[in-house]
Write a protein that binds this ligand. Structure first.
Ligand SMILES: *Cc1c(COP(=O)(O)O)cnc(C)c1O
Length: 356
């Protein structure tokens, strides 16, 4: 008797396609919401000087007290809130959902389209997932959300603020109503906080079921993999039990601390990206064949007639963006471009004019 894949994996896992990361060698890379700017040379030298002193033979600090203190100042985390660190916020989503594993009736809920990992990880863990369609203008359908919340009593509601891939901020009053009416946890995923400049962080403590998640990835440290979840101590304490003890490696801990001690560099970079976003949005809006959607993040979603063709013709010209057309629904005809340097954005706009 041979032991087959079918004996091991659930059919949903076997049917899954592996997460596809497009080849980007030599291309203008505007597909992954990365900060396009590098560090000044003296900063790089100072960083390397610090890395040299790290004892790689030792395990990292499991509590990462020093890093958490720096994060607390950086993100203005209220004193009463606790912090859970993740190897990227992706891992935090996994930790949250791992807390529900084995509960056959547990439901996770989010508006859709949204960040795909909520649905993805719920599926891996065999949890129920309810996606509530957004309105055509990508705003929350509050009535539909409340109805689904009352019906399914979700253990977790995820709200990306601003939302990915649509770029908009949901209405604050709608979010507050959802927090109020959700029996379980509401996780506000603020991955784009450096570009949105609004946050629910200061509302932790007003609610017993509100958790706020952020990441250093979009700020300009995607390679480090550091995300953090903040919220009431009682919740974070339990989630801590599901975190692998050394999930944040020594290089990440020290590098993140170092970077946030020089936060002025990142503040300048994100201010430039926000200015570039406004110019890029204006240029896109001038094109009659393009419907560009306003964004509070570092990317812009736009709709064109032949999205697959336009995407492919951009790629042939050496510009890589994200094609969301095959997601269907509200994302039919949609492409997403990350805001790059002024030069990259110009190159993208030239290529787009040729591709339309
Ligand atoms: C990019 C992104 C994340 C993942 O960030 P990492 O910290 O790099 O894992 C989480 N949520 C949203 C909405 C994102 O767009």
């Amino acid at each position: 008797m041979t032991f087959s894949l079918e004996d091991f994996f659930r059919p949903e896992i076997l049917a899954e396609r592996a997460y596809h990361v497009a080849k980007a060698d030599g291309m203008i890379k505007l597909d992954a919401m990365e900060n396009p700017y590098t560090w000044p040379e003296d900063l790089t030298q100072a960083w390397i000087g610090q890395l040299r002193q790290i004892p790689l033979n030792r395990y990292p600090s499991p509590s990462a007290h020093a890093l958490k203190a720096v994060l607390r100042r950086y993100a203005q985390i209220p004193d009463e809130a606790e912090i859970l660190l993740g190897n990227g916020s992706d891992e935090i989503i996994q930790i949250l959902l791992l807390g529900l594993a084995g509960q056959t009736d547990a439901v996770v809920l989010a508006p859709e389209p949204t960040f795909v990992m909520y649905r993805q990880i719920a599926k891996w863990l065999n949890l129920g997932f309810i996606g509530v369609p957004l309105n055509c203008d990508f705003s929350l359908n509050l009535q539909a959300m409340l109805k689904a919340i009352a019906r399914y009593r979700p253990k977790i509601v995820f709200l990306a603020y601003p939302n990915n891939p649509t770029g908009n901020l949901f209405e604050e009053t709608a979010i507050l109503t959802i927090i109020d009416r959700t029996p379980g946890l509401v996780v506000l995923d603020e991955a784009y906080a450096p570009f949105a400049q609004v946050s629910f962080m200061d509302r932790i403590g007003q609610f017993t079921n509100l958790l706020v998640m952020q990441t250093l990835s979009k700020l300009g440290l995607a390679g480090l993999r550091l995300g953090f979840l903040t919220g009431p101590k009682t919740w974070i304490e339990q989630l801590e039990k599901l975190r692998l003890p050394y999930n944040i490696n020594v290089l990440t801990q020290l590098s993140a601390e170092f970077a946030l001690h020089h936060r002025a560099v990142f503040d300048q970079q994100t201010a430039r990206i926000r200015a570039n976003r406004e110019s890029l949005f204006q240029e896109l809006s001038k094109l009659p064949q393009v419907q560009a959607f306003p964004s509070a993040a570092n990317f812009i979603l736009f709709r064109v007639n032949d999205a697959d063709g336009v995407f492919e013709r951009l790629r042939q010209q050496g510009v890589l963006i994200k094609n969301l057309n095959q997601e269907g629904g509200l994302l039919c005809g949609c492409l997403r471009v990350t805001v790059g340097t002024a030069e990259e954005n110009q190159a993208f706009l030239r290529a787009l004019s040729a591709a339309l």
